[in-house]
Ligand binder design. Structure first.
Ligand SMILES: Nc1ncnc2c1ncn2[C@@H]1O[C@H](COP(=O)(O)OP(=O)(O)OP(=O)(O)O)[C@@H](O)[C@H]1O
Length: 133
């Protein structure tokens, strides 16, 4: 006998699940912020960069580049934090593969940070050297 077809989930249930997932994601960001000094540094840097953007009145496209650069650094740092946690769980003792996983994840953060540095230098550098907004 065929099993009954699962009932389609109602829009209300789907919405509730989306809201719950959003809450889990925010909880993850909060937990990472509490445990990772690097992320608190990114938070301060993000506020500083947004302040500079308003101070210099940067263009819409420049805001888009800055937002992408900032988001890339945050995303890389969060994934790095997740990989560190999983690595420590799976391999609390020394293992070459655990070390490689952490090094590669840290490499992702480094690349994102270098990209953000280039964007920051190109957007803010000329204005800073000109000495006025
Ligand atoms: N279980 C392990 N096995 C092998 N090497 C490890 C292991 N744990 C850490 N390492 C090595 O030590 C380096 C630093 O690891 P650690 O967990 O201290 O991260 P971190 O770079 O100090 O990050 P954070 O400061 O964000 O905690 C890793 O990049 C890796 O090379």
């Amino acid at each position: 006998m065929r099993s009954p077809r699962p009932r389609a989930l109602s829009a209300k249930v789907l919405l509730r699940r989306r809201v719950a997932s959003f809450g889990h994601a925010l909880r993850g960001v909060g937990a990472a912020l509490r445990s990772e000094l690097h992320l608190r540094f990114h938070a301060v840097a993000t506020v500083a960069v947004v302040g500079l953007g308003f101070y210099y009145g940067i263009a819409r496209l420049e805001w888009a580049l800055v937002a992408l650069a900032v988001a890339a650094v945050w995303a890389a740092e969060l994934v790095n934090t997740a990989i560190e946690a999983l690595t420590d769980l799976a391999s609390p003792h020394y293992h070459a593969l655990a070390g490689r996983a952490k090094d590669v994840a840290a490499g992702a953060v480094l690349l994102a940070a270098l990209g953000a540095l280039v964007v920051g230098a190109l957007v803010f550098g000329p204005r800073a050297f000109a000495g006025h907004p």
